[in-house]
Ligand binder design. Sequence first.
Ligand SMILES: Cc1cc2nc3c(=O)[nH]c(=O)nc-3n(C[C@H](O)[C@H](O)[C@H](O)COP(=O)(O)OP(=O)(O)OC[C@H]3O[C@@H](n4cnc5c(N)ncnc54)[C@H](O)[C@@H]3O)c2cc1C
Length: 395
Amino acid sequence: MSGLSIAIVGAGIGGLTTALTLARQGHSVTLIERRPGFSEVGAGLQLSPNASRILVKLGLGPALRRVATLPERVVVRGISSGRRIGEVALGPYMQQRYGAPYWVVHRADLQTILLDAVRSEAAIRIVTGRKVEEVQDGPEHAQLVWTSSNGTHERLTADVVIGADGVWSKVRRAVGDTTSPIFHGYIAWRATLDRKSAPPELAGNETGLWLGAKGHVVHYPIFSGHLINVVAIEKAKEPVDGWAAPGRAEELLSHYSSAAPALRALLQQPQEWLRWSLFRHPIRCLAQGRIALMGDAAHPVLPFLAQGAALAIEDAATLGAVLAKQPHNVAEALAAYGNHRLERVRRIQAEGRKNGRIYHSGALVSFWRNKIMQMIGPESMSNRYDWIYGFHTPE
Ligand SMILES: Cc1cc2nc3c(=O)[nH]c(=O)nc-3n(C[C@H](O)[C@H](O)[C@H](O)COP(=O)(O)OP(=O)(O)OC[C@H]3O[C@@H](n4cnc5c(N)ncnc54)[C@H](O)[C@@H]3O)c2cc1C
């Protein structure tokens, strides 16, 4: 088969994984990124088995194993009481049940590993500092226009255009969706701290999840276990300005003024916090003609199931599968991609919202939530998500 020409807009985790997948199948890929270079926010990422299985298949297992950590469990506690509510089995249990690990990694480590693999593929051309402004579909090919940093416009034609350009996607308009994302009412604070400076009871090889009516906190070791990544969720009426806006530690601590002493001690450690406003965007269309959307461009999710990047990785593998099956009919292949993904991504979006309601429930509901978590045990807590973690790329 002679390969297709494929333009991928956006070189985040989704765009990089897609470029690698499609180049390995013999297509020639142009990966277009608006940023002048590659940098990643100093934060962590949980890579559940549905995503790690795909990355291992791409040959990235050895590199990931060197930098990832494998937390043994999630320990769930009440934010104010500090009491242990329940556990979710991770570590060897996940590996055995799903045949793939539940890793946690530093985002920069994952990006470096993907980027190294992408750069070693001769069929991938990376162009940075180019902002895609417009994408148009056509019967013979699709076309896109980008602006360079010096203001010049350039045109590119391709057999397929994939929008991996994140929640504020420009490519989305080309599949007929002109609506804007809506603020979800949450701000995520992220920071890292030296593991040695964490309270000893929170420095183990486990993920901590603290639940409260005003928000929740997640932390886990990253960077080969040397750092702890912390995400604290705050309910808010308005979004903060900008993406990854700096936040003052005192503001976060006042939000969590009644937190248990160990958690407050952890939250006091980081010197720098960055804040993300969380947006939602109902899925209208995943593919039309020669254009497909993936990752946050297609289906942003609340991070309460840790599935945003995992879904982008699944999208990449699914795009690879449908184009391998029908390389001569791009529109049908992309329509099949949409059909494979739609129900699953909608279900995960809904499950993330449900987790938000459960995590932040008031006194009465949280009493029953805690009782149920205590009763069902760590393994059954994991098994509830068989439908997420057991994902396999369609044949
Ligand atoms: C607090 C928090 C915690 C999270 N934790 C997890 C987790 O544990 N596990 C997990 O799986 N997910 C997690 N996520 C979600 C995950 O980070 C995202 O879903 C994922 O990174 C999306 O990847 P993407 O490649 O689709 O988009 P992005 O990472 O947004 O990449 C889009 C890229 O496109 C580029 N771009 C944008 N517009 C243009 C344009 N016009 N032209 C050219 N380039 C363009 C951007 O510069 C960017 O590089 C979390 C999210 C948050 C906020």
